[in-house]
Design a binder for this molecule. Structure first.
Ligand SMILES: [Zn+2]
Length: 190
């Protein structure tokens, strides 16, 4: 799987001009049909989408091209999950967060538990990325908890990426920077 931008026309252009590279071997990816339709939950309701698939011209591996709105193996948009994490960092519990986002409490509790377990890894990976994007960046100020520290690192790295790369929201940036694994057992951040 490869996390790509949200504009399908741009993704097609990148495929045509051989600018997408295989995450396994670094060779050029070519178009290879589509993945099965997915039903995901965005901020404004259910979104049905059919991700592009691409095949490596060298190693033959196939990869689903997932827009950076989504995370691997999560049905909800990264912006929705991000809003839950921000509320958690501000001290809210999973039930009020779930009610505010109109999601099941058990789902939100699952996101928060996963992120708490990964927060230190995310913080270290995104801090490394921040300084790669901006070697002059000022030091990160420690916050009240590991979740807030991790969010600070995501926000700062995303802001540095806006300056260096292109303007995307911090949560789309986090999805892409972590290769979609923001809440997964083995994050690929850093
Ligand atoms: Zn390859």
């Amino acid at each position: 799987m490869l996390i790509v931008g949200t504009d399908p026309v741009e993704v097609e252009r990148l495929l045509r001009s051989e600018e997408l590279v295989c995450p396994d071997c670094g060779s050029v990816l070519a178009r290879w049909g589509h993945a099965r339709e997915r039903s995901s939950r965005g901020e404004d309701g259910t979104v049905r989408h059919v991700p592009r698939r691409a095949r490596c011209t060298t190693c033959g591996g196939t990869h689903v091209l997932l827009a950076q709105l989504w995370l691997l193996r999560r049905a909800d948009a990264v912006s929705v999950i991000g809003a839950a994490l921000e509320a958690k960092a501000a001290g809210a519990g999973h039930r009020p967060i779930a009610a505010a986002l109109d999601r099941p409490a058990s789902t939100v509790r699952g996101w928060l538990r996963r992120f708490v377990a990964l927060a230190e890894t995310v913080r270290v990976g995104l801090t490394r990325l921040l300084y790669a994007l901006d070697p002059q960046a000022s030091a990160l100020v420690p916050r009240a908890c590991v979740v807030a520290d991790a969010l600070e690192a995501i926000g700062r790295a995303a802001a540095a990426a806006v300056v260096r790369l292109s303007a995307v929201g911090p949560w789309e940036f986090a999805a892409r920077a972590s290769a979609g694994l923001l809440l997964a057992p083995a994050p690929g951040v850093g």
